[in-house]
Design a protein around this ligand. Structure first.
Ligand SMILES: Nc1ncnc2c1ncn2[C@@H]1O[C@H](COP(=O)(O)OP(=O)(O)OP(=O)(O)O)[C@@H](O)[C@H]1O
Ligand SMILES: [Mg+2]
Length: 160
């Protein structure tokens, strides 16, 4: 796929993007989220979890490395990983994750996926205006890049 660059104005829009992408995901899929502290990785994942219909709130998994969220209607659970403190693909691969049976979202995944997966969808979230206030709505630029054949045909045009 050709990388897609989106401007996401608010946290609500970021959640909506997550919910939109959730419609494309199935068991075995991997989504890597990158962007500085407070970029919006967990906000995106919250929307993705809502789109998947997971049970319970999606919060930052910082203290558990990986949290599994079963879905109300069954099907592949969402596994939400915070790889901030992992230094390599080796450590990520060592986590006890059912990769083929789950939809895995990895915060801070950049550079840690080679060997763990052949295909993944990468979202790079940037704050073009910098800024200090984390809670106020402020635009983000989200660049979506597909790695591997799984994502070659992804079409994110608005669907009816
Ligand atoms: N356009 C936007 N998109 C997403 N979040 C936004 C936006 N504007 C403001 N925010 C705020 O930025 C913060 C993003 O926090 P979030 O926990 O999602 O970031 P994160 O990338 O997961 O951080 P960390 O690296 O600490 O895990 C939230 O407080 C959210 O309300
Ligand atoms: Mg986070």
């Amino acid at each position: 796929m050709t990388p897609v660059v989106l401007t996401i104005a608010t946290p609500d829009e970021m959640e909506a993007l997550g919910a939109r992408l959730a419609r494309e995901l199935r068991a075995g899929d991997l989504v890597a989220l990158d962007g500085e502290l407070g970029a919006g990785k967990t906000t995106f994942t919250r929307g993705l979890g809502a789109g998947l219909g997971v049970r319970g709130a999606v919060t930052s998994p910082t203290f558990v490395l990986a949290r599994t969220h079963p879905r109300e209607a069954g099907g592949a659970p969402l596994v939400h990983v915070d790889a901030y403190r992992l230094s390599s693909a080796l450590e990520l691969g060592d986590l006890d994750i059912d990769w083929p049976g789950s939809i895995v979202v990895v915060e801070w995944g950049a550079g840690k996926l080679d060997g763990v997966a052949d295909d993944w969808l990468q979202l790079a979230i940037e704050r073009p205006h910098g800024g200090e206030a984390e809670s106020d709505a402020e635009p983000r630029t989200v660049t979506i890049t597909g790695h591997g054949p799984r994502w070659a045909g992804l079409d994110l045009a608005p669907a009816g």
